[in-house]
Design a protein around this ligand. Structure first.
Ligand code: ATP
Ligand code: MG
Length: 465
């Protein structure tokens, strides 16, 4: 039994009318062992302790260790102020304007982020333009727990007694497999609708069920998601596409109104077409998950943002633009590409602030599904396409298309993505229009955009087959 079991229901973020009582779990009552903590995170925690401050492992690190997973990062919270931290850790820097965070640097580009305990989340501030004196943002351990999003993300681990400190019922939720917002979910979602994405993210990653009150509030507020800054939404979606649990994420979103809110264009076609699209998408994401998971076990895999988005849009683009069934050539190719690019712009690039280069690349990869579909394997691929920097990506996307249709292909292996990240030069994002032109024997159009070694700017494609 925990040595303090008194607790009361959290009512919201920040200000608590009367102090909440933490439940303290001793080492015999929780599965976290000190040796599981990252060496550098431990160094930071011990340095804080030796200097007379309190230091806690917080957030996702505690959650993952509790669940027996390897945390992605180890975040630390402390009662030391940013200035004190800077003096304590000489090899550090401060980032963030409103909530200053100190990054402590270690050998091998290792960074441990240390934040001062806060009284409230930046999204839970009062009215617009409210500016608190900076010291008003610092808070107690209790306040810091209540400003967090999910109960399972609001736990603290401290090294002195090796205990887990729980103000919000997070340990019970971890044990019962429940995703629950801290405080009043209606209020928390209104203040920051991105929290709804965090609910489905963690439900997908853990396989936990969503607490009924949280789920009901999510249904009520899902329409507010698009009030968030487009770049923030884009980054959140990318995080899920790369998580290794993107299939479960899509299933969670599809089971709530969130999917419709994010991607209303996916409702294209009749019931059967939509069901086919859904199945195709889930197959694609399952394959992407396989690649991303092998990343963790073996070596770093970096799938480019544009490729992830192209994969996400693939079933919709195929249904909406009759890809890849129709063979597209010459003017038809250009027209279809223009239409595809326009719709991607309207439905996707604008709402999620997708950079122009990525948008171009997404359209190029999707339209060329048709190019690859109508030729045989490997050697028969058009020469103009083989010379493009995006040729390998086209082949990978086409492999995903085939998988999405239930055909067995060799699969998209993690190896395909494990080469060093290849920075695409601006001039290499040559529009597919040019490709189509060169296939008609006009040699690639404007030489300034040539991808050949001897192009006007001497830039060459680095991804030859
Ligand atoms: P991941 O494994 O993806 O890093 P995480 O839970 O650590 O998961 P982060 O985005 O790194 O997620 O956030 C760190 C912590 O900050 C969270 O565990 C949570 O306690 C808190 N947090 C993050 N976003 C919010 C938010 N929008 N509102 C309240 N608390 C948040
Ligand atoms: Mg984290």
């Amino acid at each position: 039994m925990p040595n303090q079991s008194q607790e009361r229901q959290a009512t919201g973020e920040g200000a608590q009318s009367s102090p909440a009582v933490a439940t303290i779990f001793s080492e015999t009552e929780h599965p976290i062992r000190e040796h599981q903590l990252d060496r550098e995170a431990l160094k930071v925690l011990y340095r804080l302790r030796d200097a007379g401050y309190k230091g806690y492992l917080v957030g996702g690190g505690v959650r993952d260790l509790f669940l027996g997973k390897q945390p992605k990062d180890f975040d630390i919270s402390t009662d030391a102020r940013p200035g004190q931290l800077r003096r304590l850790f000489r090899n550090s820097r401060t980032i963030g304007r409103r909530f200053r965070l100190v990054q402590v640097f270690f050998r091998g580009n290792k960074i441990i982020e240390v934040s001062t305990l806060r009284s409230r989340s930046e999204y839970d501030e009062g009215g617009e333009g409210e500016l608190l004196a900076s010291n008003n943002t610092f808070g107690t351990l209790e306040e810091d727990a209540f400003r967090r999003d999910l109960t399972i993300n609001s736990l603290f681990y401290e090294i002195e007694g090796r205990t887990v400190i729980d103000y919000v019922g997070g340990v019970e939720d971890l044990n019962r497999g429940v995703i629950r917002m801290v405080g009043d979910p209606d209020q928390r979602f209104t203040h920051d609708p991105v929290r709804m994405l965090r609910v489905v993210r963690h439900a997908a990653r853990t396989g936990f069920s969503i607490d009924p009150a949280t789920s009901a509030a999510l249904r009520r507020h899902s329409g507010e998601l698009m009030l968030c800054p487009p770049s923030r939404l884009r980054d959140e979606i990318l995080k899920d596409l790369r998580s290794g649990a993107s299939q479960a994420w899509a299933e969670q979103c599809l089971a709530t109104p969130l999917w419709r809110t994010l991607f209303p264009f996916y409702r294209h076609g009749g019931r059967d077409a939509q069901e086919q699209g859904r199945l195709a998408l889930l197959r694609i994401l399952a394959e992407m998950d396989r690649v991303c998971q092998s990343d963790r076990e073996e070596r770093p895999v970096r799938i480019d943002d544009y490729f992830l988005f192209a994969a996400l849009l693939l079933p919709w683009a195929c249904s909406r633009f009759h890809l890849p069934g129709e063979r597209l050539r010459g003017p038809q190719f250009h027209e279809r590409l223009t239409a595809l690019r326009d719709e991607i712009d309207r439905h996707f690039a604008v709402p999620f602030n997708v950079p122009r280069m990525a948008k171009e690349r997404i359209s190029t990869l999707l339209i060329n599904l048709s190019t690859l579909h109508h030729v045989g394997n490997g050697k028969d691929h058009p020469r103009w396409l083989q010379r493009k920097s995006y040729y390998q990506d086209c082949k990978r996307l086409y492999a995903l298309y085939q998988l999405s249709q239930g055909r067995s292909v060799q699969g998209v292996s993690a190896e395909d993505f494990s080469s060093p990240v290849q920075k695409q030069k601006a001039v290499e994002v040559i529009s597919a229009v040019q490709g189509a032109s060169s296939s008609r024997g006009r040699g690639g159009g404007n030489p300034a955009f040539s991808s050949k070694k001897s192009g006007v700017f001497g830039l060459r494609s680095r991804r030859h087959s």
